[in-house]
Design a protein around this ligand. Structure first.
Ligand code: AMP
Ligand code: MG
Length: 403
């Protein structure tokens, strides 16, 4: 039974094989934030490109044992001075100034006494106080590998390279439809038997957080014609991923499989050894992919974090890493095992400076109450004995490190 279901790892491997990398685009630096670099970039020149002073002081030749040095040049940062420094001479330099020919040491200004246009030094240490040409990177050395996410450090590495329109991943375009005849918009008051739709809000927020683009979002009842009308109509914009929320199960009113069949999708995954989220469906049609996500909000959330997010990364980056950390279980009660691999919501707490993950109250996969402040999902392997507080387990951190 449950163990004959496909494991999450197997499902992730199948998805990784079926997802095609989207073509890259070139974007200005500011717009490229959060995208994956789709080219490997190397230093186009030595970095720094010239010997630079690391301090405010006086540039001299380190072998020059003169008592007094005549100041023959004043070199603010950004100014080129070709005047060579000879014996008994120095140049006034500042942090970032180009070191003139003949000098190979900067004596810091704290050791200097000025006498008009000459200077004496109370001390000369061995430090050169110079950042040598090529010290950070040699021309041609790789600085950023293809596939790196462009966040502030990486973006600011591109600027000195003069790369102002890097080749980056596009935003995967998502078409999202929530199905369920019981659903009403959050602004409506549900009649008896109805509920407010929370998955539209959750999915829009997850998509925004992931950097993907939600090109259209609809809500419909459990009515195949209505669903197909939406799917076959606008948006005119092409989309890469179809997300159907709800209707993943085998029930009479579950439309996921029927809709995918009518649209010509091939179903590649159906039912995983995953809790919550077992009914998740994955399908492809050419280069487009589709997921039917079980409607229970927690199942929705877990499927997004352990499966769908990786599919987005495959589309944008061409590979995906499942970043799990080895965490310590907090709280007072053991975490029960289950026949199915379980992803348990948790919150980060601290025991002194040691991080602990505290399981959150979770009654059913439809339950989101008690989940405010969730930081992580804890992995309880299939058929695992209860995990006691203090034991280690794998966790997927959702904030701030989730990829
Ligand atoms: P389904 O996957 O369609 O069988 O739905 C499973 C459970 O999740 C049912 O109790 C639904 O009422 C609930 N559900 C489905 N869609 C949503 C939604 N958009 N917002 C909140 N709950 C939902
Ligand atoms: Mg339903």
């Amino acid at each position: 039974m449950p163990n004959s279901l496909l494991s999450l790892a197997e499902a992730r491997a199948i998805i990784a094989q079926c997802v095609h990398l989207l073509p890259p685009e070139r974007l200005p630096l500011a717009a490229a934030r959060g995208r994956f670099l789709r080219e490997t970039l190397a230093a186009t020149e030595d970095m720094p490109a010239f010997d630079r002073s690391a301090m405010d002081g006086y540039a001299v030749n380190r072998d020059d044992a003169s008592i007094e040095f005549r100041i023959v040049a004043e070199i603010p940062a950004g100014v080129l001075s070709e005047r060579a420094i000879g014996a008994g001479e120095c140049a006034r330099v500042y942090t970032g100034s180009a070191i003139p020919p003949g000098a190979d040491q900067v004596v810091i200004q704290e050791f200097a006494q000025r006498h008009g246009d000459a200077v004496t030094f109370s001390s000369r240490t061995a430090a050169s106080n110079i950042r040598l040409r090529g010290e950070d990177a040699r021309e041609g050395s790789v600085l950023i590998e293809r596939g790196t996410r462009l966040v502030p450090i990486e973006l600011s590495l591109l600027a000195p390279l003069g790369v102002t329109t890097p080749l980056v991943s596009p935003r995967p375009r998502i078409f999202h439809i929530v199905t369920g005849s019981e659903l009403v918009p959050p602004e409506s008051t549900p009649a008896h038997g109805q509920i407010r739709d929370s998955n539209s809000t959750m999915t829009a927020a997850l998509v925004a957080e992931s950097g993907a683009e939600l090109i259209a979002q609809h809500r419909t009842g459990d009515d195949l014609d209505e669903l197909l009308t939406i799917l076959q109509g606008p948006p005119d914009t092409a989309w890469d991923i179809l997300l159907l929320s709800g209707g993943a199960g085998p029930g009479d009113h579950d439309l996921g499989l029927k809709a995918l069949g009518a649209l010509g999708f091939s179903v590649l995954l159906q039912k995983l050894n995953l809790r919550p989220g077992k009914p998740l469906i994955f399908a492809t049609r050419g280069r487009q992919i589709a997921f039917v996500i079980p409607g229970n909000p927690l199942a929705h959330f877990v499927c997004w974090h352990v499966v769908i997010q990786s599919a987005l990364e495959m589309l944008a980056r061409g590979c995906t890493e499942f970043g799990l950390v080895n965490a310590t279980l907090g709280g007072d009660s053991p975490l029960p095992g289950n026949a199915r691999e379980t992803w348990w919501p948790a919150r980060l707490t601290w025991d002194g400076d040691a991080p602990l993950l505290l399981p959150l109250k979770w009654q059913s996969s439809g339950d989101l109450t008690g989940l405010a402040g969730i930081d992580a999902l804890l992995r309880v392997p299939s058929n695992c004995p209860p995990i006691t507080p203090g034991e280690k387990l794998a966790a997927r951190l959702l904030r701030p490190f989730a990829g």
